[in-house]
Design a protein around this ligand. Structure first.
Ligand SMILES: *Cc1c(COP(=O)(O)O)cnc(C)c1O
Length: 487
């Protein structure tokens, strides 16, 4: 049974709004603007509220339940962020306003650049990129510009470990580099021999995620970086997993030359369908001249009486503009608020709790599920969604069955180097009761897999939409919503 559309609940002459009394002289509309047949639903305010409230209940959201979702850190976004981003001085400013009229906004951006640089031990930061992937693109273009500026044109290869996110090879290929894969060793680190075998003067750089997508801190990270530098390459840090390091380790101190932040992961700005991303990029001293234009800078120093004048500055060898205007300003406001709310010690607490939560879940689940790279993890871990004594049950079945217990499934089938991967990232924002409930359910599902595998094969049973043919659902997207007959 289909949920009725707003047109189907329409009934002639029902009205849900009231215009204020007209306080200007009435004039006739120009001829061409009048449309006789404009089909509009005629519904009362109550009809509208119930319709959209019921629709929203068909969705799962971070405000209604737990997301143990890998790498993407679908963590709770504090509501105070939203209130701050809606302050009129932020929400109603326009990017084309004269800089004198938006000094507060520029001061905020300037400080955020400094804070991110400090958090990651980098010398300069651009706030422009619109997401992590665009941050990578910015970073890889900077790597290319750096080599070209030195007349070093033969560096055409980008090294990418096989535990990397798909955006890393995609970015490199898009920027004209040849992508060379590096394998992971049995402990979950970059395989040093594999790395040494491909390092030469045709290597532009290495893109490294640390902790990697297995949730493991590379124990040889400084050696990896040293080897790449020794060969004349630069090291890019995919900062999507920064949640694990905040206030503890700075990528710049480890030797990374360049990295991106995902404000919509680490710094709690809304994510995915909930809002645009933001992927600032930080660079070490030797790369600041290549940053995109414009950066926010101080164009007139202040003194005790007058504040400094903020404006836009152009790095000397800039790779150019990466995004219209100045990036996702609303996301910067939210991240700024989040960082200032926590302060340095609070940021460290975030990382410590995220790592503790992940290790707690790992400890509760490792006797039930196979964990291929089983050592102390960072903010996430990857286990197999496959049990030796339930051979017909797959990661997908376990993920779908979790929905019946009102949990969002974890990321599944990624990273590719783990068979039937289930990647679990609890985040720092969940309490022990939620983590225990989640672990209990996963242990129960393992039992169901042995005793009643069909229950899993046909799951989910209690959601508004049952098991979909995912290929068909993607190819024949139906955006109107459905309620099952049983509701
Ligand atoms: C999310 C993610 C990216 C890409 O970031 P977007 O903001 O989604 O473009 C890259 N690498 C890793 C490890 C990620 O988790």
């Amino acid at each position: 049974m289909a949920e009725p559309t707003i047109y189907e609940i329409s009934s002639q002459d029902r009205i849900g709004f009231r215009f204020p009394a007209c306080d200007v002289p009435e004039t006739a509309l120009p001829e061409g603007l009048i449309r006789d047949e404009l089909p509009m639903p005629e519904v009362s305010e109550l009809d509208v509220i119930r319709h959209f409230t019921n629709l929203s209940r068909l969705n799962y959201s971070i405000d209604s339940g737990y997301y143990p979702l890998g790498s993407c850190t679908m963590k709770y976004n504090p509501k105070i962020n939203e209130e701050v981003a809606r302050l009129p001085g932020f929400a109603f400013s326009h990017p084309l306003q004269p800089v004198e009229t938006v000094q507060g906004n520029l001061a905020m951006m300037y400080e955020l650049q400094l804070w991110l640089a400090e958090i990651c031990g980098m010398a300069g930061v651009t706030l422009q990129p619109a997401a992590g992937a665009q941050g990578e693109y910015t970073g890889v273009l900077i790597i290319r510009a750096y080599h070209h500026s030195r007349g070093d044109l033969k560096r055409t290869k980008m090294l990418i470990p096989d535990s990397a996110h798909g955006t890393n090879p995609a970015t490199s290929a898009m920027s004209g580099f040849e992508v060379v894969g590096i394998t992971t060793d049995a402990t979950g680190n970059v395989d040093l021999d594999a790395l040494k075998a491909v390092l030469d003067d045709t290597v532009a750089g290495l893109m490294l995620t640390n902790p990697n997508t297995l949730g493991l801190f590379d124990q040889n990270v400084e050696e990896v970086i040293r080897l790449v530098h020794e060969a004349g390459g630069l090291v890019y840090g995919d900062g999507a997993n920064l949640n694990a390091l905040l206030g503890i380790v700075r990528p710049g101190d480890l030797g990374f030359d360049i990295m991106h932040f995902n404000l919509h992961k680490t710094f709690s700005t809304p994510h995915g369908g909930g809002g645009p991303g933001s992927g600032p990029v930080g660079v070490a001293k030797h790369l600041v001249d290549f940053l995109p234009f414009p950066l926010v800078g101080i164009i007139e120093e202040g003194d005790e009486e007058t504040p400094p004048l903020y404006g836009f500055v152009r790095p000397e060898k800039t790779i150019g503009r990466m995004k219209s205007f100045h990036g996702q300003f609303g996301m910067m406001v939210r991240a700024y608020n989040y960082i200032s709310m926590h302060g340095p010690d609070g940021l460290r607490d975030i990382a410590e709790s995220a790592v503790l939560n992940a290790n707690y879940l790992l400890a509760r689940l490792r006797n039930t599920y196979n964990v291929p790279f089983d050592r102390i993890c960072m903010h996430e871990f990857v286990m197999e969604g496959h049990l030796d004594d339930a051979p017909d049950v797959h990661a997908l079945d376990i993920a779908k069955r979790l929905m019946d217990y009102d949990f969002h499934p974890p990321t599944n089938y990624f990273p590719l180097i783990v068979h039937e991967a289930l990647m679990i990232e609890p985040t720092e924002t969940e309490n022990k009761q939620t983590l225990d409930r989640f672990a209990d359910v996963l242990i129960k599902i393992a039992e169901e897999a042995r005793t009643n595998p069909d229950l899993l094969h046909t799951a989910p049973h209690h959601t508004p939409v049952g098991r979909l043919d995912e290929v068909r659902a993607a190819k024949e997207l139906v955006l109107c919503c459905w309620l099952p007959d049983k509701i």
